[in-house]
Design a protein around this ligand. Sequence first.
Ligand code: C2E
Ligand code: CA
Length: 631
Amino acid sequence: MGIKRLARQCLLVATPAGAAAPGPAMAAGITQDSFPGLGWVAALVLLVLATCLHALSLRRQLHRKVRELAETEERLNTILNSADACIYIKDMQLRYTYGNRKLCERFDRELDEIIGADDSLLFPADMLDTIRAADLRVIEHGERVVYEEEIPSKSGDGMDVFLSIKIPLQGPDGKITSLCGISTDITALRKSQEEVQRLAYYDALTNLPNRRMLLEQLEVAALAFRNAGHLAAVLFVDLDKFKNINDEKGHDVGDTVLCAVAHRLQAIAGQADMVARLGGDEFVLLLRDLGSARLLAQARALEVAEKVRAALGDTITVGEQAYFTGGSIGVALIDAPGKSPIDVLREADTAMYQSKENGRNRVALFRPDMLAHVAERAALLREMDHALQTDQFQLLVQPQFSRQGEVDGLELLMRWDHPSRGMIMPDKFISLIENSGPVMQIGDWVIRQACRLRARMSERGFEHPISVNISPVQLRHPEFNTRVRKILEETGTSPHELILELTESVLIEDVDDTARRMQALADIGLRFSIDDFGTGYSGLAYLHRLPLYELKIARNFIQELPDQDSGTLIRLIIATARLLELRVVAEGVERREQADFLASVGCDSQQGYLHQYPVSMDAWLDECSRRSSPV
Ligand code: C2E
Ligand code: CA
């Protein structure tokens, strides 16, 4: 029987007017009459006993509750103290009534100091108003407040970011009695968020905005045009020589060059403009605020593009070494409501390719007809490997003639005999190969063909050297020298039987390196010729540093003959060649008076339609046979 129940029964039994409330005792047939004389005393004893028992039980319960409470509090404290957040309670006067261990540690205070104190103990004066305002919203309006606070870091260098959640605590009557706050240090999280943001929108190497950021900003610029007619322009910049530097000098040097380029572009860009790196050696300048007059905007964009071109034309020094990279630039305007950021980038990219094709280190403004041209080039590029495998490339022979009218050399000129497009001239595909095609495979093929032709000519008694055009990309390739030697060996060709024609521009870049590469080949007997001499750079100072055999006077000088200035220039070139003991060949000789003039000023050899059009190898070999056999 429960203690409470027992006591209640005792009381019922002791009640004089027990009949008024018949209890279970009566129900069980126990009445005063059952215990005559003992009645009241026994009831009283029982009552006292029951009360004592009840009190004892209550005490026990109380002890247990207190013990349970203490355990609960200890557990709670353990949990609160091991939490990685500052947890605290403030009363209605905003004084601390509780603080966990993290709070004490964060502010380097003992709990005793904190309890009863207000925020002026923990925070600098300039933060107190903000904290108080947040706290009042909690205790006066019962709001749950969540906000970020910046608190001076413990070390004193910088700020820590805390996410604070403050909630009201209510008494049993529902009234707010205090405020509980949980403040979590999210500094590391914030930093990693910022890093993620940086990685998502900025280029890690140069710290410039990346493609994603650029596209967003282009969207903004496109909107500014649609809403207010504000024109903007995109300058697509591609470095001309970067790949060589990166391949030959390694990525560290390459990275330094890219950072230097980024600085130069930033120095040119205005406040409102943006410089982004798309990746590799591609950069974009977004020029904003170009007004609303299209022609003026165009002129302004081209002016900036020209500045960029000039800035990239200056050498970049890394360590002791100076590098020349140059850049081709394409310009497109955000000037039509339907133009998307991708459209305008594509246009600028297309114009950039046009600059490259025009000879690199140039600026081109986008024109719609460029797109068709690009599509055609892309198609050619796709077909190139197949063309190589299926013998679609051909080499024509154009002989050179001495002053006495004898053949004294010949040049091989490439053609692409395309199954559906017909004969394609080199100016349509050579730059394509150089920019992104199988330049080394095709270059090897040309040299191998030259060696084979040389052997077949030799069989017919023709021992003249064969000139082959070498692309700058080929010469700069780390494997070029080895590949040439290998082909010579494989075909049993003597190096004296070939002349490698190089353009002037490739020679002046990084002269030391070029000279070293050329010398290694010259040492085994290969000879070098400067093609299109006079078109590139007037400085002749570098010539004596290179192992040269020949100069080829550019066709445009010959075509202008007998114009007096061209005549003077040609005399000058021949005098220089004499000084350096170089042979001189004139190319593109079409008219008799040109040939006569050249002969009169001592030009060693001539090549051109006047003497002979380029012919197929078979035709040339037939000619060799004819010429060698006595009539
Ligand atoms: P290039 O080395 O300056 O070649 C001379 C160009 O002048 C050739 O054009 C030739 O057909 C042309 N030509 C010859 N005589 C005359 C003439 O009397 N009048 C005129 N107007 N032109 C004449 P082609 O064959 O179209 O070659 C153009 C360029 O393509 C070459 O210029 C050369 O830089 C490049 N190229 C040709 N074959 C190869 C090759 O196998 N490899 C490389 N890398 N480039 C090549
Ligand atoms: Ca040539």
